[in-house]
Design a protein around this ligand. Structure first.
Ligand code: TYD
Length: 144
């Protein structure tokens, strides 16, 4: 039995920022800025106005979500509590633990959502049905 995933274990991390007159640079190194080794990187772009992404949870996957350009909101839900995190700067990353339902909404025009992931792509790691997500968290974890 593992401890129930909580949105309160998800947090916004401030990333390194190197600033000079020619622009800014942000870098991320395994385990120095984020608490997992990165096995995969992907990004969402050309998201039409009003579109929503996500709408699922992961059984094992941890992620760092960055608004590399523009802004969007991430709705986090652990089955008991919900919170909305606005991402609007490329030097902030939202760390999302496993077992959290997430929805990405309110994409600005031209937004780029960069995601660093702790695992390679595995369709079997997804929970795409909200009721199944609630059952999975109840069956596989406890509050203590
Ligand atoms: P999905 O994770 O559902 O996207 P989102 O949460 O942004 O709505 O993935 C959309 C599609 O892309 C789905 O068919 C699986 C595929 N995909 C990959 O093949 N590899 C990947 O690394 C990711 C993230 C998705």
């Amino acid at each position: 039995m593992i401890i129930r995933p909580s949105i309160y274990n998800c947090c916004v991390l401030e990333l390194n920022k190197v600033h000079n007159r020619s622009g800014n640079l942000t870098f991320i190194e395994d385990r120095m800025e984020i608490p997992f080794d990165v096995k995969r990187l992907y990004y969402l772009y050309d998201v039409p106005g009003g579109a929503e992404r996500g709408g699922h949870a992961h059984k094992r996957l941890q992620q760092l979500i960055v608004a590399a350009s523009g802004c969007f909101d991430v709705v986090l839900d652990d089955g008991k509590n919900r919170k909305v995190v606005e991402l609007n700067r490329p030097y902030y990353g939202l760390y999302v633990v496993a077992g959290i339902w997430r929805e990405l909404i309110n994409f600005s025009s031209g937004a780029i959502c960069l995601v660093l992931a702790s695992e390679k792509y595995d369709a079997g790691d997804y929970i795409r049905n909200y009721e199944s997500f609630l059952i999975h968290n109840n069956e596989n974890s406890s509050d203590v």
